[in-house]
Design a protein around this ligand. Structure first.
Ligand code: ZN
Length: 358
């Protein structure tokens, strides 16, 4: 079968590799669609980060380079291993792409397996990936999806879960006012979750294409261009002098962080989702005297069932966020190139590894 494999920085190849073999307790999935993630670009340009280091085995997976890429995928079950119940061939599924140590509690009430030691990611650290035609995954990480959710949109359950977990971290409630700093894929999906939960959403974004996307998709009530308008003043005007209840940092940019601290109400909650490569500066005086609650949000934990339910209910329509569909052969020339050089025009590029979806 065909698979996109990562050999190290700047080296990704489309290879012909053997099909994965089923083991007890595992599920064989024919991949329908796999999204390209910013993380994949970071691995390509600056990695290995989550991928195994050259000459070394990954602590979580025990695998070394090359590894198959792709961690945002949907597909259809083609076979199940011995001992698998509740899932049968033909079932449409998505995968929560974690690799955790055997001694970590991943039960339905666990709140922290995503923070466990040596955490790995399927499609980065080993165990195959969604940028291959087929993959075998432990049943624990396989989540059935309802018939109402198309497989192309289902490939966005993974990034939507990142957004959902961040919104959970903010404890936002219906009627709250939220400011989202940055309208890249995660900022847009965070806005979508906030809107579905009944918040008023104000998006600050430099790119006019992205601001337009936020308006067209209906995930933002207001979009602000920080070059044209004082975002803090505007948020206070829109909230009749109160300030925002919650804010989400989705850009990893210092001016955005500063603005969000200012735009929050006293005792507001600031959730940082951006993966910062550099140290940020923070006005600690303001954090203290406004009693701002500063929280990180990383990936997701037991979020998939709620996200799938939300999508199944029709509360979020992901169709407008799928902007490009490509085959595996176009992964670098079309997919990566678009995200690296024309990222404003793209939200999610999804790949059909078998080409059947195209
Ligand atoms: Zn990702």
């Amino acid at each position: 079968m065909k698979a996109a494999r990562y050999y190290g920085r700047g080296q990704i190849q489309i290879d012909n590799i053997p099909e994965p073999t089923l083991t007890p307790g595992s599920v064989g999935i024919e991949v329908a669609w796999c999204g390209i993630c910013g993380t994949d670009l970071h691995e390509y340009l600056e990695g290995p980060i989550f991928c195994p280091q050259p000459g070394q085995r990954h602590a979580a997976s025990g695998e070394s380079l090359p590894v198959t890429l792709g961690h945002e995928f949907s597909g259809t079950v083609y076979a199940v291993g011995p001992g698998v119940e509740d899932i049968a061939p033909g079932q449409r599924v998505v995968v929560e792409p974690y690799i955790v140590r055997d001694d970590v509690d991943t039960g339905p009430t666990s709140k922290d397996y995503h923070l466990s030691k040596d955490l790995g990611v399927i499609g980065l650290s080993g165990r195959g990936g969604g940028l291959g035609e087929r993959i075998v995954v432990e049943q624990r990480w396989v989540h059935p999806i309802p018939d109402s959710l198309p497989l192309d949109q289902a490939a966005l359950v993974e990034p939507l879960s990142v957004a959902y977990h961040a919104v959970e971290r903010s404890e936002v409630s219906k009627g709250a006012v939220a400011v989202v700093g940055g309208a890249g894929p995660i900022g847009l999906l965070t806005s979508a979750v906030l809107k579905a939960l009944g918040a008023t959403v104000i998006v600050s974004e430099l790119s006019s294409l992205r601001r337009q996307k936020a308006l067209d998709t209906g995930v933002a009530d207001y979009v602000l261009d920080p070059r044209e308008i004082d975002v803090t003043q505007e948020v206070f005007r829109l909230t009749e002098g109160r300030g925002a209840d919650v804010a989400f940092e989705c850009s990893s940019a210092q001016p955005v962080l500063d603005t969000l601290v200012d735009a929050l109400k006293p005792a507001g909650i600031l959730v940082v989702i951006g993966i910062w490569g550099d140290r940020a500066g923070i006005d600690m005086f303001k954090i203290v005297v406004k009693e701002i609650d500063l929280r990180g949000a990383f990936a997701y934990v037991n979020s998939y069932p709620a996200v799938i339910k939300l999508l199944g209910s029709g509360a979020i329509d992901l169709q407008p966020f799928v902007t490009h569909r490509i085959g595996l052969d176009g992964l670098i020339s079309e997919g990566f190139d678009t995200l690296l050089h024309h990222s404003e025009s793209a939200v999610k590029i999804i790949v059909s590894p078998s080409g059947k979806g195209l």
